[in-house]
Design a protein around this ligand. Structure first.
Ligand code: PPS
Length: 334
């Protein structure tokens, strides 16, 4: 018998919901929280929650999971190439086709693509459920991206397949996520950074709360099928992390292969690589190129240019209170 979805999905109070719909014009279905941890989604998540929770996983699957903007794409490209024995020719195919995003159906509401207030788009609205259907028909080995926290994924997923979980200093995450919300036209966010910052700190952006997300992964850090890496480690020593991931995936990489792969994964190459930089969406109007592109700055510590002193203090307090030790484990704060 199919497993029951064990959590309660709660709609936000009317006033809050209406405000969110005004600030995020793409959230046509409003917003919900999944209790008890309070994971925040658009209302359309309800149509897929059970399917995500019961997604059949295979022993050959490799997941890259993260809270958004933590270095998912970077890790995906590395993982795909390692899994596919450095098939650079195959890697010319778009990453979102090679390495689908299992949550996609609940991120872009297909109705937003027809909204007059957003932007005239010349792409066909995707059929609801299309992305999950595609995931089910992929042949092995599947490489899958998710932003779902462990509790909303197939229970016991790590007993079946491997997963690489990526984390990043939330101060850089909030900046990157702000640009992401302005860049993806169907999300319909036109507000300023301060307003987004407040939404982030009150866990009212998709896949928040950040700390519960990271903590759920951290609690599983000793599982042999889970490897946790950070954006900061990738920045500090891409070769070392690549070797660590290769070893986790039981792949051998020669020194020559490593040099080539690290070059391929460098920010400058990824920024101009059309199979990963999502520039195709700029031509359809799906993505507003003025926000700096999907592969945007690629730096650690860029938050300093966005936070004023009170924001810095408030955010650090939030990190210490909600992070409760994790902020130190991940070396984001001393
Ligand atoms: S998403 O939408 O959640 O999948 O985004 P995600 O891929 O997790 O994160 C996007 C940020 O990762 C940066 N990025 C890189 N940084 C350095 N080197 C490479 N090769 C690289 N590729 C992607 C990307 O620029 C986003 O960070 P910001 O801070 O916005 O630049």
């Amino acid at each position: 018998m199919a497993e029951e979805f064990p959590y309660k999905i709660v709609t936000l109070p009317d006033e809050e919901n209406e405000q969110i719909k005004r600030d995020f014009k793409g959230y046509i279905s409003g917003a919900v929280k999944v209790e008890p941890l309070g994971y925040f989604f658009q209302g359309i998540y309800q149509d897929y929650a059970h399917r995500y929770y019961t997604l059949p996983v295979r022993s050959t699957d490799v997941f890259v999971a993260s809270y958004p903007k933590c270095g998912t794409t970077w890790t995906q490209e590395m993982v795909w190439l390692l899994v596919h024995n450095l098939d650079y020719e195959g890697a010319k195919c778009r990453l979102d086709k090679r390495f689908p995003f299992t949550d996609e159906d609940s991120v872009i509401d297909s109705r937003t693509l027809e909204l007059p207030g957003i932007k005239k788009l010349d792409v066909q609205p995707p059929e609801p459920g299309k992305f999950l259907d595609m995931v089910l028909t992929l042949s092995d080995p599947r490489c899958l991206k998710t932003h779902m926290p462990f509790s909303l994924l197939t229970p016991g997923i790590l007993d079946t397949c491997k997963m690489i979980y990526v984390a990043r200093d939330p101060r850089d995450v909030v900046v990157s996520y702000y640009h992401h919300h302005r860049m993806w036209v169907p999300l319909g966010y036109n507000g300023d950074f301060k307003m987004f910052f407040n939404y982030f700190l009150s866990d009212q952006v998709m896949w928040s709360p950040f700390w519960s997300h990271v903590r759920e992964a951290w609690e599983r850090k000793d599982h042999h099928n889970l490897l946790i890496i950070t954006y900061e480690e990738l920045k500090a020593d891409l070769s070392a992390v690549t070797l660590k991931v290769a070893s986790f995936l039981e792949k051998k990489v020669s020194p020559t292969d490593l040099t080539k792969l690290v070059k391929h994964l460098h920010f400058d190459s990824m920024k101009k690589n059309p199979s990963v930089n999502a520039e195709v969406h700029a031509t359809t109007g799906f993505c507003d190129a003025r926000e700096g592109g999907f592969i945007r700055k690629g730096k650690s510590g860029g938050w300093r240019e966005y936070f004023d002193e009170p924001m810095k203090v408030e955010f650090e307090k939030w990190m210490r209170e909600k992070g409760k030790g994790l902020e130190k484990e991940f070396k984001w704060l001393p």
